[in-house]
Ligand binder design. Structure first.
Ligand SMILES: CC(C)(COP(=O)(O)OP(=O)(O)OC[C@H]1O[C@@H](n2cnc3c(N)ncnc32)[C@H](O)[C@@H]1OP(=O)(O)O)[C@@H](O)C(=O)NCCC(=O)NCCS
Length: 184
């Protein structure tokens, strides 16, 4: 059965919206060109709007194909685009990735977004596990995953290439929560 995710997920302070090409300039400005934001990510900061438009085209295709569902995060109070969160569909598992504009770090926004996407994932009867990876030095991301109730299941050694740090693969923590554990 094809999965039909909501175009809009709302939380107390955020709206998570389906990709649209017109978001590209906001994405570039909010976080994609920021080398501090991309430090622990698997992609390099965007140099121009063209980079962001290409990335956005990929997001649109992923949504259409059902392989991944990326939502763009808007702050409700300002209606500004402040980040994105992606659910990668892997059969009975969902893997999460996320990024937020530095201007709004530390307010609990990503924890709120991860809870919303995890709730949606577990609303699907076929999903039993939601999980995420983070660089062992990415303390803020690890903390988000702990705050949503995920368990650190282990360290995947030399697993993820984070090119903004080095070409050599980096150790990553693997976090997960199961359907039975999630309280929402
Ligand atoms: C990771 C990220 C999404 C967190 O978003 P956020 O909205 O600021 O997260 P929250 O406010 O919900 O929670 C962050 C937690 O980490 C803690 N934290 C932040 N920086 C920290 C650091 N350097 N060391 C330890 N804890 C840290 C905060 O205090 C907070 O915990 P608390 O609520 O117990 O005080 C954001 O920092 C980001 O976009 N980073 C760059 C992209 C990235 O690394 N994405 C994840 C890839 S795995």
């Amino acid at each position: 059965m094809p999965i039909n995710p909501p175009n809009l997920l709302s939380t107390a302070r955020l709206q998570l919206r389906r990709p649209q090409a017109e978001y590209a300039p906001q994405v570039l400005h909010a976080y994609a060109q920021d080398s501090e934001v991309t430090r622990y990510l698997c992609w390099r900061p965007h140099q121009s709007l063209d980079d962001t438009l290409k990335a956005m085209e990929k997001r649109l295709q992923e949504w259409e194909s059902g392989s991944e569902f990326p939502w763009f995060i808007f702050e409700r109070s300002s209606d500004q685009l402040v980040g994105s969160i992606t659910a990668r569909m892997e059969g009975h598992r969902v893997n999460l990735g996320y990024v937020l504009s530095r201007s709004v770090w530390g307010q609990g926004y990503m924890t709120e977004a991860v809870v919303a996407v995890t709730s949606w994932a577990f609303s699907l009867p076929e999903i039993y596990r939601v999980w995420a990876l983070c660089d062992v030095d990415n303390a803020a991301s690890a903390r988000v995953l702990e705050k949503v109730g995920m368990t650190r299941e282990g360290t995947l050694r030399q697993f993820g290439v984070h090119p903004n740090i080095s070409a050599k693969p980096r150790d990553c923590f693997s976090y997960a929560i199961t359907r039975d554990e999630f309280v929402g």
